[in-house]
Ligand binder design. Structure first.
Ligand SMILES: NC(=O)C1=CN([C@@H]2O[C@H](COP(=O)(O)OP(=O)(O)OC[C@H]3O[C@@H](n4cnc5c(N)ncnc54)[C@H](OP(=O)(O)O)[C@@H]3O)[C@@H](O)[C@H]2O)C=CC1
Ligand SMILES: CC(C)(CO)C(=O)C(=O)O
Length: 339
């Protein structure tokens, strides 16, 4: 089995470094040759944040970096294709852990994934690490069955602090599920490959599991992100700081309740104490700068449309009110720097 991490950002560097340290060598496919070169020369510096302590353990993971380069294989314009698209006669199975943002799922990348699926026929699968919703259908549609698509949901937190340096800011489980169903319902031709991946993630220190109800987990995570991400970005605070302010805590509670009612209508299963869980995520990832705040700080486009924007779409579909989701969506959109 070969592990490819597409995107050398926060989650990508965390997975690559931990998996390599756990004995499963990973290749990080980067957007720039500089980052690939740095990773090859120096490896990835992983800093573990220890709960309740200021001390951060630093580990250095030997990881292969590759510039994803020449994705413009589209239309056969004669550009060089990334190496993972070139002929592979190793016979091994390739897991592609897709760690780009929802907003970075561009046509060229999707096209390259489809080409890869066609070339290695049955010996590759994509695991999507994105928050929010919408990406799985987008990837499955663009790859048109050429490569199976799996969803991952994680409460782990990470923050890239340099091109080859990452902080592991929050421990959290990783849940993996089949989405949409690859192959006949009830059969799972990828069971062995999934078990291999779970094993590699386990050795990397992630508690990971297969889920038969990944839709529910995706909605559950969406609920959590719909509160933490926009509010931390609006108030410019870490996840742990957010609930410490009583008025912000009250806003969190109201936004959580609005999103919860909409998601329940859309199929989120009742019976979970989502409010308690939300507060737990804030404390477990307390040092983390949420991915949305990080984007706002870096002047990048945020994932607001795939998170609160997606909840608004569900609210429209099920005729539920969504004033707070609308407000945070508009406010975050207005914070994003115009191109
Ligand atoms: N950070 C966190 O704690 C968590 C994040 N997530 C989710 O994981 C996903 C990734 O988040 P995060 O890691 O924070 O985001 P980052 O912005 O840190 O990382 C995304 C990376 O993908 C790279 N990239 C974009 N397009 C391409 C491409 N075509 N080829 C190669 N690389 C590419 C970017 O390159 P460049 O640097 O050049 O822009 C960047 O390094 C998001 O959907 C987020 O919601 C989920 C749980 C927790
Ligand atoms: C769980 C959380 C909120 C951790 O920061 C996250 O998923 C994100 O930042 O996008």
């Amino acid at each position: 089995m070969k592990i490819h991490i597409i995107g050398g950002g926060s989650i990508g560097l965390l997975l690559a470094s931990r998996m390599s340290l756990g004995g499963s060598p990973a290749t990080v496919w980067t957007r720039t040759p500089e980052q690939a070169d740095l990773i090859n020369r120096e490896g990835i510096r992983l800093r573990e944040v220890n709960e309740g302590s200021e001390q951060k353990d630093e580990l250095v993971a030997r990881v292969e970096g590759e510039w994803i380069g020449g994705l413009a294989v589209q239309n056969g314009r004669g550009c060089e294709s990334p190496r993972f698209l070139q002929n592979d006669d190793s016979g091994c199975f390739h897991w592609l852990l897709l760690t780009v943002k929802q907003t970075q799922l561009e046509d060229e990348l999707l096209h390259a994934l489809r080409l890869l699926g066609e070339r290695v026929g049955g010996r590759a699968a994509i695991l999507c690490m994105q928050n929010g919703i919408g990406h799985l259908h987008k990837i499955a549609d663009a790859t048109n069955g050429a490569i199976p698509v799996f969803a991952a949901v994680t409460a782990a937190g990470a923050r890239r602090i340099g091109l080859n340096e990452v902080l592991h800011t929050g421990k959290g489980e990783i849940w993996i599920g089949d989405f949409p169903e690859n192959g006949e319902k009830g059969t799972n031709p990828w069971k062995y490959q999934q078990k291999m991946l779970l094993d590699a993630l386990g050795k990397a220190g992630f508690s990971s599991f297969l889920s038969n109800e990944i839709h529910n987990r995706i909605y559950y995570k969406l609920l959590i992100n719909s509160v933490i991400n926009p509010l931390t970005a609006l108030f410019d605070v870490s996840n742990g700081e957010l609930p410490r302010h009583p008025r912000r805590l009250e806003l969190m509670r109201r936004l959580h309740e609005e999103s919860r009612l909409i998601l329940m209508e859309a199929g989120l299963k009742p019976g979970q104490n989502t409010w308690e869980e939300l507060l737990l995520v804030c404390s477990r990832t307390s040092e983390n700068v949420s991915s949305m705040l990080s984007d706002v700080r870096n002047g990048k486009e945020t994932e607001i449309q795939s998170i609160n924007g997606a909840i608004i779409s569900l609210a429209n579909q099920y005729e539920k009110p969504a004033p707070l989701n609308r407000a945070v969506t508009d406010l975050i959109a207005a914070m994003t720097i115009m191109p």
